[in-house]
Design a protein around this ligand. Structure first.
Ligand code: NAD
Length: 307
């Protein structure tokens, strides 16, 4: 039987994730959104592209969860963007309610699924999904690190004029400006970038990566990035559904790893058919450890504001 992925939120990120997943023929897809006609319309449009792409994938869209039953994975991208006059805490509470309801509805019909949370603020939304689902940490992960490291890789490749295929960037910590890039573990053809770029250049690329989301928002004016985020979702789906044992940076619920407990923080995760198979710990320098602790502190603050 073909695998099945539910995507909650058929907005820019959710619908484009469906596109990547379908184009790669990874799984059948159930799109869910509250706006009447949107998940149905986008699902049908995408389905009608499959004969041209020569892919056999079923894609459905609905405003309820009836078609999502027995999904292998559920990706939650539903949420509202921050509106004028809305504080960060207001947004936190609005999106927490959306993620909580989405989790509840989805896991009722797919009790064995692996949850991938995408809605911001990411690390806190992962905690909402973990609490609501009652799932073990192996089955609740957040997408952010794949995106942050893809952005870092883009800038490294451009700076050195090399193929993106040669670049492996390594990031830890929370999403966006909470990200902790690790240049000494970021490599080009196996060579650490610290051997290829001076400290000022690395600092410039790191800063651009950390504000990578904001750079796109500024250009788009309405809405935020979705091509790279949705491709990053597909990467995690691919690693899990194909049981690849692939190491990707993801938000995972730490239980003492990197000296952090009971919090979602971005770390290198080995992904396979059971979800999180292992967290790969590396020895950090005191500066890196301090940056990670600061990032974790920011997540803790947000999670504290959830109650
Ligand atoms: N983790 C990351 O790296 C990352 C990257 C990009 C975007 N994001 C986040 O992903 C989320 C989605 O971004 P987007 O650009 O697709 O936004 P969008 O506004 O285009 O789409 C969000 C969709 O969610 C839907 N929605 C709202 N409430 C819902 C509910 N209760 N049930 C089902 N659907 C519901 C909306 O109708 C809308 O279609 C945002 O929170 C954004 O900040 C995270």
């Amino acid at each position: 039987m073909r695998k099945k992925v539910t995507i909650v939120g058929a907005g820019n990120v959710g619908a484009t994730a469906a596109h990547w997943i379908a184009a790669k023929e990874l799984a059948d897809i159930a799109l869910v959104d509250v706006v009447e006609g949107v998940p149905q319309g986008k699902a049908l449009d995408l389905l009608e592209s499959m004969p041209v792409e020569r892919r056999d994938v079923q894609i459905t869209g609905a405003n309820d969860y009836s078609q999502t039953a027995n999904s292998d994975m559920v990706v939650i991208t539903a949420g509202l963007p921050r509106k004028e006059g809305m504080s960060r805490d207001d947004l936190l509470k609005v999106n927490a309610k959306i993620v909580s309801e989405a989790t509840e509805q989805a896991v009722k019909l797919s009790p064995n699924c692996i949850l991938i949370v995408v809605t911001n603020p990411l690390d806190a939304m992962c905690e909402v999904a973990r609490r609501k689902s009652g799932f073990p940490r192996e089955r609740v992960l957040g997408m952010a690190g794949v995106l942050d490291s893809a952005r870092f890789s883009t800038f490294i490749a451009a700076e050195l004029g090399v193929s993106v295929d040669n670049v492996h960037a390594f990031v830890l910590g929370g999403h966006g400006d909470q990200m902790v890039p690790l240049p000494r573990f970021s490599t080009v053809a196996g060579i650490p970038i610290t051997e290829l770029l001076d400290a000022a250049a690395i600092d410039r690329l790191v800063k651009r990566t950390a504000s990578g989301g904001g750079e796109i928002v500024k250009l788009l004016k309405t809405g935020s990035a979705f091509y790279a985020p949705s491709r990053s979702i597909a990467e995690m789906v691919d690693a899990i559904l194909k049981d690849k044992h692939k190491i990707l940076p993801c938000a995972a619920y730490l239980q003492g790893e990197f000296g952090i407990r009971d919090l979602f923080v971005g770390v290198p995760c080995k992904l396979g058919s059971k979800g999180l198979e292992r967290i790969i710990e590396v020895k950090l320098t005191p500066d890196e450890q301090a940056a990670l602790a600061k990032s974790a502190e920011a997540v803790k603050e947000l999670v504290g504001a959830l109650a």
